[in-house]
Each structure stands twice: as structure tokens, then as C-alpha cells.
Ligand binder design. Structure first.
Ligand SMILES: N[C@@H](CCC(=O)N[C@@H](CS)C(=O)NCC(=O)O)C(=O)O
Length: 215
């Protein structure tokens, strides 16, 4: 589904590693029956390998792709560094929940002041993490798995009216600038006006939402 952040994770890894692939989009408001053979819960993304094996859940898919294919290794080799990235992701999941709470509240025209405060309380942790590491990316000097796992929500920050916080988090701001130069990030970028047009239609349950912005 073109707008799904979990799908974007998978596409970032496929593109970064130069893995030849085909994207089959499905309409989440009208799922084809065959899709449940590709993911028992009917969620995207799901990966089908050339020999017909199915792998689902974005993190599992991305780790699989990193291990199964040659090219740049995105997960750290060092077991503790790898564990550190996974722990940061557990922490980051609280930010995505906060992100979603704001987007949902905005869609219902509710006041988001308190939700934004709570978002920033969690978001600050990312700045602290980069300060502690003192590196441009979360995994070190170059892009790695953790950067790609977090990116889709950062890419959509404008949807929850919190971009002003970047003035208080200069390391995150610099990281975003670097990430925006990344070829995989550029290739998966969706114009904000298209993304913003999709969101209300999706919340309304419109069957046409997923095709928003296509000619
Ligand atoms: N933990 C899953 C989450 C995937 C997910 O929630 N995808 C959403 C779209 S963004 C979905 O398929 N929703 C369909 C539904 O809820 O029926 C992953 O990382 O792949």
C-alpha cells in the first residue's frame, strides 16, 4: 500500500541493497482473498521470495533481506550494537504511537496540545541518543538499519504539526538533512500534499484512498 510506513521500511532496504523486486500494491479497504495466503493477518508488507517463501512483518522482512542478500550490511555485525539498535526501536515505537494519536485526533478536529507535549517528551530521547553517540546517523558514520526503520515516521512528521520541535533538536535536524540525500529515501518520498490528501480519505474508510494522487 503506497502510503504505509511499514511498507516504506521494506522498500528502503530493498532499494538500498539494490535487490531486484516487484511491488504489488493491494487495497487495504478491499483486500483480495489471495492476500491472506501471503500474510495470515492480511497486513502489509509481506515478502514473497523467488522460490515462493513468505516472510511478513516489516522488521522481520528487513532483517531477512539484510542477511540473505549481498551488498551493504545494514545491521551491525557486533551482537551488542545490533541489540542496541533493536532496543532503540522498542523505544521508538512509543513515538510512533504518539504520532498516530496526534494524526487521529487531528482527523477528528480534536485539540492536540497535550498530545504534542507528550510526543515531544518521547521525541527528545532521539536527540539524546544522537548526542550520546556523537555520530551523524543512529548507527554511526553511515546509514544503517535503525535509520531506515525509524525514517517513515520522520518522513511524515509534518502530518502531526510537530516540525517546530526540530529547532529544539539540532542533531535530529542535521540527521534529517542527511537522510533526505539518501537515494532510497529520495525514491520512496511521497509529496506532502499527496500524503495529506490520502489521510482523511483513509480515516473515512474510502475505498479510493489508496489510489489518491494517481492519474
Ligand atoms: N507490525 C507490522 C505492521 C503492519 C501494518 O500495521 N500495516 C498496516 C498498514 S500501514 C496494515 O496492513 N493495515 C491493514 C489492516 O489493518 O487491516 C509490520 O511491521 O509489518
Amino acid at each position: 500500500m503506497r502510503f504505509c510506513p511499514y511498507v516504506q521500511r521494506t522498500r528502503l532496504v530493498l532499494i538500498c541493497k539494490g535487490i531486484k523486486h516487484e511491488v504489488v500494491n493491494i487495497n487495504l479497504k478491499s483486500k483480495p482473498d489471495w492476500f491472506f495466503e501471503k500474510h495470515p493477518l492480511g497486513l502489509v508488507p509481506s515478502l514473497e521470495t523467488p522460490d515462493g517463501k513468505i516472510i511478513f512483518d516489516s522488521q522481520i522482512i528487513c532483517d531477512y533481506l539484510d542477511e540473505a542478500y549481498p551488498g551493504k550490511k545494514l545491521n551491525p555485525e557486533d551482537p551488542y550494537e545490533k541489540a542496541e539498535q533493536k532496543m532503540l526501536l522498542v523505544h521508538f515505537n512509543t513515538i510512533t504511537s504518539s504520532w498516530l494519536a496526534i494524526v487521529c485526533a487531528k482527523n477528528k478536529n480534536e485539540d492536540i496540545t497535550e498530545l504534542k507535549k507528550s510526543f515531544f517528551e518521547k521525541f527528545k530521547m532521539l536527540e539524546e541518543e544522537l548526542t550520546k553517540k556523537n555520530t551523524p546517523y543512529f548507527g554511526g558514520e553511515t546509514v544503517s538499519m535503525i535509520d531506515y526503520m525509524m525514517w517513515p515516521w520522520i518522513d511524515r512528521l509534518y502530518l502531526c504539526d510537530v516540525t517546530e520541535y526540530l529547532e529544539k533538536t539540532p542533531r535530529i535536524k542535521a540527521w534529517i538533512k542527511l537522510m533526505l540525500q539518501d537515494p532510497a529515501v529520495k525514491e520512496t518520498f511521497i509529496e506532502p500534499q499527496i500524503m495529506s490528501g490520502f489521510m482523511p480519505l483513509y480515516f473515512q474508510g474510502s475505498i479510493d484512498a489508496v489510489d489518491y494522487g494517481l492519474d
